[in-house]
Design a protein around this ligand. Structure first.
Ligand code: ATP
Length: 299
């Protein structure tokens, strides 16, 4: 039997790379099919099938791997309102009741619009970064204030209340899935879980391509820079760290055109500035990956 395409919804020639996201095609396709396809079904089909839209997803994995990029892009692809972005620590508040109020407010705009427009309402996306921060204290006996508990409860109440509200999608993000309250991860809540891990060599090449696109287009990258080579030299780098590497390389290139002993004096040949392989090699000495590196790999 023929295996169906991972995602027939997204055209085969669609390039996530063109959206500035590298190395996550498989994850992105799968999440789109599992969590969002129903949003673009023909009218009435969701009812006929007797299913409900996915109301929440969880993206988990190490920092700097593109979770936020992806969440925002999902919003664009679904023609959603500009997403609301909050993070766990920011929601927590030392004043009694204020944290719950913060959660309530998150949903308020979507609820209001749904009341006014019903199914015609636009889709509201809430991106909840560092979701683990509100979960940590739940159930633990030595919790300081127990604020986390009531925030999780408030969030659960909101998610369950969203039953009638088809216009809300919550995207939770965390580096620590193990800390997320299981109640939040059940069907009907944050039900689709997707791990976003560090990019492999192919992914890193894509990310390098993305982050050097401008300088290549503008002719300020030397021909001796080989992105394949760099991809092989950046094992364990996250997308964010690859971005940092490129930035560091440009700083070395620029450094050659600064007049000695001046802070802002730039030499006349600044127009000739080009980022070279050597700049990247220097950058590799100072930008190192934070995760997943064993001592021997550093040798
Ligand atoms: P955190 O867990 O720290 O919130 P995150 O996974 O949400 O991290 P992002 O905020 O999406 O990471 O990534 C930070 C930056 O790193 C992006 O703005 C982008 O410049 C770069 N980056 C990360 N991952 C990718 C990727 N897969 N493709 C291209 N750029 C990436």
């Amino acid at each position: 039997s023929k295996k169906p395409a991972a995602n027939a919804i997204i055209a085969p020639n669609f390039k996530f790379e063109d959206m500035g996201i590298g190395g996550l095609d498989t994850e992105f396709s799968a999440i789109f099919r599992r969590a969002f396809a129903s949003r673009i079904f023909p009218p009435g089909l969701v009812d006929k099938l007797g299913i409900q839209h996915v109301k929440g997803i969880l993206l988990f994995g190490p920092p700097g791997t593109g979770k936020t990029l992806m969440a925002r892009q999902i919003g664009k692809m679904l023609n959603a309102r500009e997403p609301k972005v909050v993070n766990g620590p920011e929601i927590l508040n030392k004043f009694v009741g204020q944290s719950e109020e913060n959660v309530r407010k998150l949903f308020a705009d979507a609820e209001k619009e749904y009341k006014e427009k019903g199914e015609e309402s636009g889709l509201h996306i809430i991106i909840f970064d560092e979701l683990d921060a509100i979960c940590k204290q739940r159930g633990s006996t030595n919790s300081g204030t127990g604020v986390g508990d009531s925030v999780v409860n408030q969030l659960l109440a909101k998610m369950d209340g969203v039953d009638q509200l088809n216009n809300i999608l919550l995207i939770g993000m965390t580096n620590r899935k193990d800390l997320i309250d299981e109640a939040l991860l059940r069907p009907g809540r944050l039900e689709v879980h997707m791990e976003i891990s560090l990019p492999d060599e192919f992914g890193r090449r894509q990310i390098l391509k993305i982050h050097t696109l401008k300088m290549r287009d503008n002719g300020i990258m030397e021909n001796d820079v080989n992105l394949e080579e760099l991809a092989s030299l950046t094992k364990n780098f996250s997308g964010a760290e690859i971005g940092g590497l490129v930035k560091s390389a440009t700083s070395f290139a620029f450094n050659r055109h600064v007049k000695v002993g001046t802070l802002a004096g730039v030499s006349d040949d600044i127009e000739n500035m080009k980022v070279s392989r050597e700049d990247f090699m220097n950058a590799l000495q100072e930008v190192r990956p934070a995760f997943g590196v064993s001592e021997e790999e550093l040798e």
